[in-house]
Structure formats: structure tokens, C-alpha cells
Ligand binder design. Sequence first.
Ligand code: GUN
Length: 291
Amino acid sequence: MILSGKQIADQILDEIQEKIQNGSRKRPPHLAVVLVGEHPASLSYIAMKQKACEKVGIESKLHHFQSTISQQELTEVIQKLNQDPKVDGILLQLPIPDHLSQEHFIELISPEKDVDGFHPINLGRLLAGETGGFIPCTPLGIYELLNRGQIVTKGAHVVILGRSRIVGMPLAVLLAQKQGANSTVTICHSASFNIKALAKEADILVAAMGKAEFVTADMVKEGAVVIDVGINRVEDPSKEKGYRLTGDVSFEAVSQKAKMITPVPGGVGPMTVALLMHNTWKAFEQQCAKH
Ligand code: GUN
């Protein structure tokens, strides 16, 4: 059975739209989107994020810079957005060019406006089980997908393939917490012995290593739930654009074995966007409560 992220994301967007419409704040929430360069995937992600903003009633402004912008110039841009009381959330689309320090900018964004949840303070809050911070959108989206998809997580063995700062690592922390998913979590990565055998033990298998169709049917337990975080562009001359999108899971074969599986596109991607809207709304509420 297909676990449609798109359907659940639409529900979440409707809920946020309602909260914004029925709220008593004097202005709409505002998300500042910062893009450096013309990375094709980034352009497409940003278009989806801005479309969702429009749908729910969040004002979004794109601050688009050439890839030659200096560290100092971009620093000033972020500092200005940090200080602007009308900006609730700041999203710096990653990756940024190599001459700019990703770590510097992640730490420069004010933790109160860090709707991506990548700042060490917000990652620390997640680790401490505090609820006031921001949790990265993809892990939070996967948590919501499992919750709203009525998948039993308590005690379930979740195997996560990939340990990135954006997905694997925060997801492991989130799902292991007692207040919440309460799962047993294993993280696999490039140095893990026998990934196939570990993956096969999963009640819930999360593929987030960014390798096209890496997860094959022989790595999946009969009746497992499979969450595919990958979005890979694979060359395909038969397509108009010259490529097709595929996940980290071999969808056709694995869907025969899995009880539930998320598609690509239409799975985790829309959930990430929906939870970005949630985080922006949360930042807005916190900001309004302060003033
Ligand atoms: N690049 C890929 N995924 C993400 C994300 O979730 N947030 C940001 N800012 N950049 C990304």
C-alpha cells in the first residue's frame, strides 16, 4: 500500500491555513528565503516552498544572490534578516557555493528564526527533548507521516540508512524519544558492516543515504514500512527533461514486499515542505508573543 505524503501534507497545510486565518495577529507570518546561485534542484525546491507559503497565507520573500557573493556580503544579509522584527523565519537553501562556510551561516541564523532547525542550539534542544525549539523539517515530516499514517512506532525497530545532519541523525534522536515515537533505532552508514542484514531487521526502514534505488527487495522484511527520503535525478533520454526522479528505494520490487511505502515524488518531499510551514508558523507565534 502506498503511504501518500502528499495527502497528509495537504491536511497539514489546511490546518496551518486555518490557524493563520483564524488567528488574531495583525500581520501574516513572513519567511525569508535566501538562495545563492542557480542550483537546479534548489530552484525547484524553493518554488515548492514558496507555493506552499502562498497556499497557507505565509508571506515569503526570495533573496536571490549570484554565486560570487562574498562571505562578508552574505553575512550582512543574514544579520539584517536576524534584526528585522517582521521576518519570522530565515531559510538558507543548501548547498551554498564552496567559498562560503556552511557552518558559519547555519550558526549565524538566529535560533529563534531557524525554521530549518539546523542551528546547534536547536539540534541541542531536540537532543534534550525540549519542545520550544525547531526540529529539522524532513525528520519532523517523517514523524508526522508515521503518526498520521497510524503506523505503530512504540517499540518498533527503525533502521535508518544515512547519518546526515539534515535527516538521519536528527531523525534517530526524534524517533528514539519516549515522548513521541518511542522506537528502537539503528543508524547505518557507509562504514556499517552488513547493511543488508541490518536493513532486513527493520519494522520501519528509512532510506536517506542519497543513492538511487540502493534499497532492493532482498533488504526488506516482509510487511515492513518503507520510507524513502531520496530524491535522485537519474539520466533518462526518454523523458522530456532528460532525467527522471527516483528515490533511494527500488520502488517496484520493494512495494511487493512492504506493507506500506512512500513514493517519490509525492512521499517525504511534500511532508518536508508542510513541516517548514509549521515551523514558520511556530516562529511567527513565538515572535508575536514577544512583542
Ligand atoms: N537542501 C536540501 N534539503 C534542504 C532543507 O531541508 N533545507 C535547506 N535549507 N536546504 C536544503
